[in-house]
Design a protein around this ligand. Structure first.
Ligand code: SF4
Length: 278
């Protein structure tokens, strides 16, 4: 079931940042344990192996801490800091699985952590300045946006849509024509990767559920991606919809660097979607 996402973006971002910080704390704890064992238990050459591990962990913590500080500073000031972009990406990618595992131990639902990660990713992307040729921007949309009983195969070619207006594929197609950007409708990660290879975009606006968006963003790193969560009034993978205004905003941002509002799920759109029985 969809959740009212617009709710509190700030809290959502805090979940992911909090888990990243906790991950570093966990590694520091391991490090201190290592030092304790080194000082108390081991003798001879074991000490040197342990010393090497401690040194490696110390360097690792130092580097990811700088990256994480860059993430927090960027989110705080909404601009990129000290050219730390690559380090921030690397830190998030390394710490993400640890944060996910920690979140599970704390009984935080995976979807909430992933949606928090998507918000953080969007904010980091929006802290940069873009001015991309429309032909190098790709909107990646999931197949489940199409009405389940529509007979036209839009995954092969979006222009197969007959524009009956029953689903958001029609609106996305019009948006792509109006802005001059590419649109691909994909059935999953494999086809999405194929489309990325074919189109060679410089930026992607990706529409999907928490799981697919998270995997897609991590997969395409360091390509800038703005993720827009789909809305699921009938549950996952069937007759979903999307806030096309948000997609349009994300495209505008890549085209002109215009600062857009928070990208995420829209509560109003969700309610509208339910009202008209999408
Ligand atoms: S707008 Fe109509 S024709 Fe186009 S994909 Fe949706 S249901 Fe099919």
């Amino acid at each position: 079931m969809p959740k009212p996402a617009e709710g509190n973006v700030r809290i959502k971002k805090r979940i992911f940042i909090g888990l990243l910080t906790a991950s570093i704390a966990l590694i520091v704890l391991m490090l201190l344990t290592g030092i304790f064992i080194y000082l108390n238990k081991f003798g001879n050459w074991y000490r040197y192996i342990l010393l090497l591990i401690v040194a490696f962990l110390s360097i690792f913590i130092f580097i990811v801490s700088i990256g994480l500080t860059g993430v927090v500073m960027t989110l705080w000031h909404v601009k990129t800091f000290f050219g730390l972009q690559d380090l921030m990406n690397v830190s998030i990618n390394i710490l993400f699985p640890i944060a996910l595992a920690l979140g599970e131990m704390l009984h935080i639902p995976r979807d909430i952590i992933k949606s928090s990660y998507i918000e953080v990713n969007n904010k980091l992307t929006q802290s940069r300045v873009f001015n991309i040729d429309p032909a190098r921007i790709l909107i990646l949309a999931p197949h489940c946006l199409q009405k389940w009983d529509c007979p036209y195969k839009v995954t092969a070619d979006v222009s197969n849509c007959h524009h009956c207006g029953r689903c958001d594929i029609d609106r996305l197609w019009k948006l792509s024509k109006q802005k001059g950007v590419n649109l691909a409708v994909v059935t999953g990660g494999t086809l999405a990767r194929k489309m990325v290879v074919e189109h060679k975009p410089r930026a992607i606006v990706a529409i999907a559920c928490e799981r697919d968006l998270t995997e897609g963003i991590l997969d395409t790193n360091p390509l800038p991606v703005i993720g827009v969560l789909n809305i699921r009034p009938e549950g996952p993978c069937k007759n979903t919809c999307v806030d096309v205004d948000r997609v349009s905003e994300a495209v505008d941002f890549f085209l002109s660097g215009k600062t857009s509002r928070e990208i995420g799920r829209s509560l109003e759109k969700f309610e509208k979607c339910q009202r008209i029985g999408h």
